[in-house]
Write a protein that binds this ligand. Structure first.
Ligand code: CAA
Length: 290
């Protein structure tokens, strides 16, 4: 493992969470020339995340988007760690942990203690209040939302979310970083689900109600959106892709934050999550995966 202390501070980004979003963000940061320290709680999580990055870099080489040398250099810029204290050399952090306030707030408190005073703390939350997360730190003006989309190496958008206290300098830095990562930043204010999930998740939830009530099969619902609305994948395929647990968690955040029962997760969604049918990552959701 390279000596983390020798890594150039201003070019090093801490990424917390090596899951679907975290490994995608690490991939994009490394591909854009940044050093990355990728943190997770357990070695198997890091191993799985790094294996995914290697597979996706290889896919980009096959598609002639990267040379083999560029892919090798990107991979070499990523240093995995199980030690949060190792993030002390980073000037920027992007948290991509589980979508639960208790987990994220514990991480933010720790990042506030470990990272240098000037460092920006960004969260890839898809729905949790930036203002509330910022309030657990002593640097709320340097806390911001940086919401990427799956698959991160492919999707162009970054929703940039200002908390109540986020400074203009922090916003400008994140706007510039998003462009350096080859993404298009879109500014959104801090309300539950921001724009993306406030609109997408009720669509997915309603698609699940349609299946639960026997209006149509999952395949038929998806065909309606692929063939009728030119969506690249139907809402139930997309739900499996995002993770049914993530979809249910986001619906609960919408219900709490926007104060309406219309955002409660569909009972079929809740039952599928209870059964461990989480979509693509567990091998079964609305469809089955080998
Ligand atoms: N890394 C790198 N490249 C990848 C990739 C990955 N993980 N996954 C796919 N690609 C590339 C492929 O190599 C391919 O490249 P070319 O166009 O150069 O051939 C391209 O992406 C398209 O992939 P495929 O041909 O394999 O498959 P596809 O045409 O079916 O596209 C898809 C796959 C891009 C995922 C497409 O189905 C799609 O856009 N789906 C919708 C995705 C979406 O809505 N994402 C947002 C989810 S919501 C979210 O993330 C936020 C939230 O808060 C929940």
């Amino acid at each position: 493992m390279p000596d983390l202390k020798t890594t150039e501070t201003t070019k090093t980004i801490a990424i917390l969470g090596a899951g679907t979003m975290g490994n995608g963000i690490a991939h994009v940061c490394a591909r854009s020339g940044f050093n990355v320290i990728l943190y997770d709680l357990q070695q198997p999580f890091l191993d799985r995340g790094l294996a995914t990055i290697e597979k996706n870099l290889a896919r980009e080489v096959t598609k002639n988007k990267l040379t083999q040398q560029q892919a090798d250099e990107a991979r070499a810029r990523i240093t995995p760690t199980l030690d949060r204290e190792a993030l002390g050399s980073c000037s920027f952090a992007i948290e991509a942990a589980t979508e639960k306030f208790a987990i994220k707030s514990e991480i933010f408190r720790d990042l506030d203690r470990i990272l240098p005073a000037g460092a920006i703390l960004a969260t890839n939350t898809s729905s949790i209040s930036i203002t509330k997360l910022a309030a657990v730190t002593k640097r709320p003006e340097q806390v911001i939302g940086m919401h990427f989309f799956n698959p991160v190496p492919v999707m162009q958008l970054v929703e940039v979310i200002r908390g109540l206290a986020t400074s203009q300098a922090t916003f400008d830095a994140v706007h510039a970083l998003s462009l350096q990562l080859g993404k298009t930043p879109v500014e959104v204010n801090d309300a539950a689900g921001f724009i993306s999930n406030r609109v997408l998740m009720p669509l997915i939830n309603e698609a699940i109600y349609s299946v639960m009530e026997g209006v149509a099969t999952a395949e038929a619902v998806d065909q309606v959106f692929v063939l009728g609305m030119a969506h690249p994948m139907g809402p139930l395929t997309l739900a499996d892709f995002i993770g049914l647990d993530v979809c249910a968690d986001i619906m609960r955040v919408l219900a709490d934050g926007l104060g309406s029962p219309k955002y409660n997760p569909c009972p079929l969604l809740v039952r599928m999550v209870d059964a461990g049918w989480l979509g693509r990552k567990s091998g079964r959701g609305f469809y089955t995966y080998p």
